[in-house]
Structure formats: C-alpha cells, structure tokens
Design a binder for this molecule. Structure first.
Ligand code: DQA
Length: 150
C-alpha cells in the first residue's frame, strides 16, 4: 500500500448511468463504475473514494474537502465541464493533480461539448473510452503522482 488516496468525482446525471442514453454512455451503472475503480485502485495499492452530485456547489465542497486527505482527483464533471467556472476555480484553488475524464468522446458530439473549463487546469483529459476513460485516468494520475514523488 502506497498510502495514496485518490478522489473520483462524478457530476450531474451520472447517477443515471446504465439507463441514461445507453447508446452514448453504455450499460454499466455508476455503482459498477465505482466498483471497477476501487478494484483497480486496490490492484495499484491505492485507495479510491468516489462521490457523485448533481449540484455544482456540492462538487465545489468535495473538491475543497479533498485538501490534506487526497493526493489527486479524477473528475467527470458531466455538463458542468462545459459551464462551470466555479468547479474549475475550486480545482485550481486546491491545486491537486487532476485528470478530466469523459465516457463519450466530447469532440465527436455537439459543439457546446467541445469546450472544457477544466481541461486547462488538468494534467490531461481522457475522453471517449467509456468506463476505460476512468480506469485509464486513474492509472495515469497515479503514474503522474508517483513519478513526481508527491
Ligand atoms: C460526459 C459528457 C458531457 O458532455 C455530458 O454532459 C455528460 C457526460 C461524458 O462522460 O461523456 O453528462 O461528461
């Protein structure tokens, strides 16, 4: 065990995974996604804790509360990706290494999804691989953190 703790944040409507537009977001539920992330974390010796909220302010609060507890954040901010300066500022404010993930390829979809407020303050973004976006994001974040030794 490396003592690393990673926070995974899911934004609005992701609680509906499995029933929400499955042709875009797949058939796994949020619980399935969280279980896969926790399993992957375990295999890397990392503790993964997942939260979902439909409320912008609650996501800001989760980000603030991460300070001193988590060493990095994987975030799928859902639609707030494209609208929320508050979530971006919270991430910039705590200054924890962050990876942005999306189940769908946001660049193949409507133009309003092409802009992310979060991408410029993230280490990187993974988009379009379904649940693998989260798993790859987690792996990349842990690699990043351990290679910079924080
Ligand atoms: C999403 C893409 C967003 O544009 C959308 O609003 C979502 C999900 C994704 O994971 O593909 O809610 O973040």
């Amino acid at each position: 065990m490396s003592n690393l703790k990673i926070l995974v944040l899911h934004g609005p409507n992701l609680n509906l995974l499995g029933q929400r537009e499955p042709e875009i977001y797949g058939s796994l539920t949020l619980k399935d996604v969280d279980n896969l992330l926790m399993e992957k974390g375990k295999s890397m010796g990392v503790e993964v804790v997942c939260f979902q909220s439909n409320h912008e302010g609650a996501i800001v609060d989760f980000i603030h509360q991460a300070l001193g507890i988590y060493q990095g954040i994987v975030i799928n901010a859902g639609a707030y990706t494209h609208t929320s300066v508050a979530i971006r500022d919270a991430l910039a404010g705590v200054n924890l290494p962050t990876v942005e993930v999306h189940l769908s390829n946001i660049y193949r979809r409507e133009e309003f999804r092409h802009h992310s407020y979060i991408a410029p303050i993230s280490i990187g973004q993974i988009s379009g691989f379904g649940v693998d976006s989260y798993l790859l994001g987690l792996q990349a974040l842990v690699n990043h953190i351990t290679s910079i030794g924080t």
